[in-house]
Design a protein around this ligand. Structure first.
Ligand code: DC
Length: 254
């Protein structure tokens, strides 16, 4: 289905409201797309508005990359990194009232900030391209989301991890906008980096993520394409809520 233009709908005013709310509580909502498309902000707000859990699968690949960098493991040692992924204890918390709302605890340590470093960003595509690593991560992701009721963001959520997700969104934006957003974020976090460098790093990472052999970043044929260029966050979240409610009203209960 192509992008629907935004129009307000108040399904909770009609008699199907309870059934729709019950269905939404069990849904798996997959949000994929390239870096800087606004996935994390939008997915977290959507989870909050629908009272669902939230999982950032990119943060899991980042945590593994951090662990490998710290232990000086070779980043092309597929078996070694797959074992590291399997043994790694990941605990993720999402509580929208807290700052930051999403926290990643790896082997008992809060690595929420550390996994966003430039060093991790520069190497995570390499680590996440290894099929053995992806196999372990997909296993973990499926067990974390087994009960449903989650918004899950990443690159292959709607294609590989949950091909039967109730709602699939492919979020995108122009390169100019994506790089600009990442630039503002990084400057806010104190990184001294130019917009040009961010753009180059983003192009490199996009290329790696979408051309890798295993589970590349591609839009699932049944994913709703949502372009966030020039859109406010609340408008994008509104669009997604509309899509979710529409699906809940039309779909079978899981
Ligand atoms: O969304 P992010 O920038 O935090 O993701 C970090 C990296 O992890 C990104 O370069 C691609 C990879 N990734 C992946 O391969 N599969 C996912 N489901 C999520 C992220």
């Amino acid at each position: 289905m192509e992008t629907l233009s935004w129009c307000p709908i108040r399904l909770y005013d009609n008699p199907m409201a309870d059934m729709i709310a019950t269905r939404i509580k069990k849904m798996i909502i997959a949000i994929d797309g390239p870096a800087g498309a606004g996935k994390s902000t939008v997915a977290q707000k959507l989870a909050r508005r629908l009272d669902l859990g939230y999982l950032d699968t990119g943060a899991m690949y980042r945590a593994l990359t951090l662990k490998a960098l710290r232990s000086h493991d070779a980043l092309d040692d597929e078996d070694g990194l797959a074992s590291l992924a399997s043994a790694m204890d990941l605990h993720m918390e999402y509580a929208f009232r807290r700052r930051p709302p999403f926290r990643m605890i790896m082997d008992g340590e809060d690595v929420t900030a550390a996994i966003r470093s430039r060093e991790v960003s520069a190497h995570v595509s390499q680590v996440s391209s290894l099929p053995g690593v992806r196999k372990e991560m997909v296993k973990k992701q499926r067990s974390l989301v087994a009960a449903g009721g989650m918004v899950v963001e990443g690159r292959d959520v709607g294609t590989v991890v949950f091909p039967k997700a109730d709602v699939k969104i492919f979020l995108t934006a122009s390169m100019k906008e994506r790089a600009g957003r990442r630039y503002r974020e990084m400057r806010k976090d104190g990184y001294d980096i130019s917009l040009q460098t961010i753009k180059q790093e983003m192009i490199r990472r996009d290329h790696k993520d979408s051309t890798r052999k295993h589970n590349p970043l591609v839009r699932a044929p049944d994913a709703n394409l949502v372009d966030t260029t020039g859109e406010s966050i609340s408008r994008v979240v509104g669009k997604l809520i509309y899509l979710v409610k529409e699906q809940a009203a039309a779909g079978e209960a899981r």
